[in-house]
Design a protein around this ligand. Structure first.
Ligand code: DO4
Ligand code: MG
Length: 275
């Protein structure tokens, strides 16, 4: 097995591997992270997403917990039960060109026109060439549940906005096909108090990683290096919402911990210069 990261430092952006708790850069430098789980680095180094993904896709309603939560939240209930049971999975595009995706440690966004926002901890598949699975990472499919629940046709607005996605801290390449992962989620407030925590396992997923990839690539030229997030099995109770100042930690033992503070999405929108 191997773990890969990407780092910005004095020599620009470099790939690295994690060996004995240290990041070993392609140029030979060895860096000891501030924390071996989050792999946060001290200056002059900065941890980036483990790759720049040309596209990020998501599968949905792949766990019973996700199906039940959406049936509960939605004005249109059948679609979720139908898709959970159907051979064809729900698949949607989350981002392209990394415009809405942030690095580990950087702030994720919540929408200003939503009052019910959640993190969605998911295993991310890194796509290789010819449909091969190149590795796995941790992803956060940040979502607005009230927008999605009002009407399933609002799904793109519930899912695609500034800071709606994060992944990392590393890409894990296992020695076996279809590994099982345990995911735990912890959300803390600005005083460090735990506001939600829970855990799940990909053993409760209704679909296999290989099957999701096969459906995604059917007549669809998704470029290698793209990511497919595989759905969430962790859904906080209905009175929970993410707020600015919260801090989201998603831990998978083989991969590490993906951490992101929460801000308003509007704060992440950079004003582009007038042309
Ligand atoms: O259709 C709703 C989105 C489902 C989703 O993102 C998930 O189950 O993770
Ligand atoms: Mg999701």
């Amino acid at each position: 097995m191997a773990l890969y990261v990407r780092v910005r430092g004095p020599n620009g952006v470099e790939q690295g591997t994690v060996e004995d708790g240290q990041v070993v850069l392609a140029g030979g430098a060895r860096i000891t992270p501030l924390d071996p789980d989050t792999m946060q680095l001290s200056e002059p180094y900065e941890l980036l997403t483990p790759l720049g993904a040309p596209e990020i896709w998501c599968a949905g309603v792949t766990y019973e917990r996700s199906r039940d939560a959406r049936v509960e939240e939605s004005t249109v209930k059948d679609v979720y039960t139908l898709v959970y049971d159907a051979p064809r999975p729900e698949l949607f595009m989350k981002d392209a060109g990394m415009r809405r995706t942030v690095s580990p440690g950087r702030p994720i966004g919540i929408r200003g026109d939503s009052r019910w926002n959640v993190p969605e901890p998911e295993i991310g598949i890194v796509l290789g060439t010819e449909g091969r699975i190149a590795g796995y990472t941790i992803g956060n499919d940040v979502s607005s549940r009230d927008i999605e629940g009002a009407n399933p046709l609002y799904l793109p607005q519930a899912k695609i906005f500034a800071g709606a996605c994060s992944f990392g801290p590393a890409v894990f390449v296992p020695e076996i096909a279809e590994p099982t992962f345990r995911l735990s989620l912890r959300v803390t407030d600005e005083w460090g108090r735990i506001v939600f925590e829970d855990e799940t396992s990909t053993s409760s997923m209704r679909r296999t990683f290989a099957n999701l990839v096969e459906w995604l690539l059917l007549d669809n030229p998704v470029p290698p290096g793209s990511i497919l997030l595989t759905g969430t099995g962790l859904v906080p109770p209905d009175d929970f919402t993410l707020l600015p100042g919260h801090f989201v930690e998603i831990h998978v033992p083989e991969i590490g911990t993906l951490v992101n503070p929460v801000v308003r999405a509007s704060e992440l929108i950079e004003k582009e210069p007038a042309r």
